[in-house]
Design a protein around this ligand. Structure first.
Ligand code: GLU
Length: 530
């Protein structure tokens, strides 16, 4: 039997991380078993319907690379895939249940139902529809319906006993039949309820495994009764643990950003988001933390899902993202992804090698694509703005800047080793700490002290541009570092201390293995914040 799974989102609100999560597990399960993954839009709740939500959901899956085999745009043998286009099918199936006496038309008004509820409350009885409409003769039901009297269609459910189903991860789950209570299948607005449409579609679309969030467990007994009423075999049910806020409550947008679009805008990579979601309640048999969807598919075993509520931990997501950005994706790939963002920020460059160099040197310091955009500004700006820490460095480093300006302009071989040797020789000759020279230079070249190695900066910017920037910084110093408000002295002092502390504790990371090797060979090292 071919495995068929589905994701059945409702088009309301922003595409939700929970939909991506459940979509991933359905996709991987289907692919693991050589099956199909269906996208179905559950859009029968017309009050909550948002027309643009469908497109955004499809785009989310496209961005994630979790592509359905059948869906509203792709089509497929079991379409249409929008429930709003299947109303006739649900009506036919409701009629089937009416004809066989498994369902009935119920005509109670809202006031009658409210009176019933108050009475139940007063008597201390369990609340819920008491089945009173069952006793209306079928002919009378049909006559009143034909006369246009508003009504709903309800399923006949057992009054006593338990309704039981098997959840693959939990075993048998039972609830008292009294809790199912002749639920509504068709509403008076002519639309089916979620329950009827969901069961009919899962059956007709050949869904073999229903993998969904555990919040649907309370609906499943009713679904099981519906399968029975139609005389169909029920699919296998697998309820995934709910994603949790850090305080362990169900993931919600009040406490956490739940919009996939928003993570995308922040520069989270789809690979990282998927890898992160894959670790929510699941782990690779070999304990590997980083893996692709293809690798997950190869080793996927749904029985390894653990039910303890996985926490949607933003720090972990950013950590995963940084890992993909720095190590797991090739440089060219990262450059491709960041390119449109750089362009949108107004950055311009002539030569794609420049883009690659910038991304190469910055990515060890970035957690998201937007971090790259924020940090890269000085590579693309003609006029720098010097931050407080940079000003401080400039003020202290005037003579070194003048010296290095001269040395650099005289440098014959302008390449990594040439620049690196020049800086090293100069520092040695001055007999000062590296930072005394390199920090003012970093400030002059970037306007900040939080930047990569000065050698890298000079090599990437080029000789001419580096000289221009050092010259501009010297002019700025000559002008008395304008905007040097004495009231900021305190702030500056704090910034300076923080920069120094960071300089002391920072690790010297290299930019690309080749450059690191070169730096080691030439014995160069640097102080300063990384
Ligand atoms: N339309 C439901 C949702 O929005 C589908 C639940 C299910 O998978 O059965 O999640």
């Amino acid at each position: 039997m071919e495995v068929v799974t589905r994701i059945a989102p409702s088009p309301t609100g922003d595409p939700h991380v929970g939909t991506a999560y459940i979509g991933l597990f359905n996709y991987v399960f289907a692919k693991r078993h050589g099956g199909r993954f269906v996208f179905r839009l559950e859009d029968t709740d017309r009050q909550r319907y948002q027309p643009e939500a469908e497109q955004r959901l499809l785009e989310m899956f496209e961005w994630l690379g979790i592509e359905p085999d059948e869906g509203p745009e792709l089509g497929g043998a079991n379409g249409p895939y929008r429930q709003s286009e299947r109303l006739e099918i649900y009506r036919r199936h409701a009629d089937l249940l009416l004809e066989t006496g498994k369902a009935y038309r119920a005509f109670e008004t809202a006031e009658e139902l409210e009176a019933m509820r108050l009475e139940q409350k007063r008597l201390g009885r369990p609340l819920g529809y008491d089945g009173r409409g069952r006793s209306v003769p079928r002919e009378e039901q049909e006559r009143r319906a034909a006369a246009g009297e508003p009504h709903v269609i309800r399923l006949v459910t057992p009054d006593e006993g338990e309704v039981t189903f098997v959840d693959r991860l939990r075993g048998e789950v039972s609830i008292p039949a009294s809790e199912v209570r002749d639920q509504v299948l068709f509403k008076s607005d002519g639309y089916p309820t979620y329950h009827l449409a969901n069961v009919v579609d899962d059956h007709l679309m050949g869904v073999t495994h229903v993998i969904r969030a555990e919040e649907w467990i309370p609906s499943t007994p009713l679904h099981v009764l519906l399968y029975r009423a139609f005389g169909w075999d029920a699919p296998e049910f697998i309820h995934m643990p709910l994603l949790r806020n850090p305080d362990r409550s169900k993931v919600s947008k009040r406490k956490l950003d739940t919009s996939v679009d928003s993570y995308r805008q922040q520069g989270i990579l789809p690979e990282a988001l998927l890898n992160f979601l894959a670790t929510m309640g699941w782990s690779m048999p070999d304990g590997r933390e980083f893996f692709s969807v293809a690798e997950m598919t190869e080793r996927f075993d749904i029985d390894r899902v653990s039910l303890g509520g996985p926490i949607f931990d933003l720090k972990k997501l950013r950590f995963f993202n940084a890992k993909y950005l720095r190590d797991l994706l090739p440089l060219e790939e990262v450059a491709d992804r960041v390119e449109p963002l750089f362009r949108a920020a107004g950055y311009e460059w002539d030569d794609d090698d420049y883009l690659l160099d910038v991304v190469d040197v910055l990515r060890p310091r970035a957690e998201t694509l937007m971090d790259l955009v924020d940090q890269a500004g000085y590579f693309f700006r003609d006029t720098l703005r010097y931050d407080e820490a940079a000003r401080k460095q400039l003020a202290a480093g005037q003579s070194h800047l003048q010296d290095v300006e001269r040395e650099l302009s005289m440098l014959e071989f302008f390449d990594y080793d040439g620049v690196d040797d020049m800086l090293r020789d100069y520092v040695q000759a001055q007999a000062v700490g590296m930072g005394k020279v390199l920090m003012p230079l970093r400030a002059a070249l970037t306007g900040t002290t939080q930047a990569p190695s000065v050698t890298d900066l000079i090599v990437i910017l080029g000789k001419e541009e580096s000289l221009r920037r050092i010259g501009a910084a010297l002019t700025f110093i000559d002008a008395g570092l304008p905007d040097d408000d004495p009231q900021r002295a305190l702030e500056e002092e704090k910034a300076r201390k923080a920069a120094e502390a960071e300089a002391r504790t920072s690790h010297k990371k290299s930019v690309g293995a080749e450059r690191a090797a070169k730096a080691r060979a030439s014995g160069a090292s640097e102080e300063g914040p990384r």
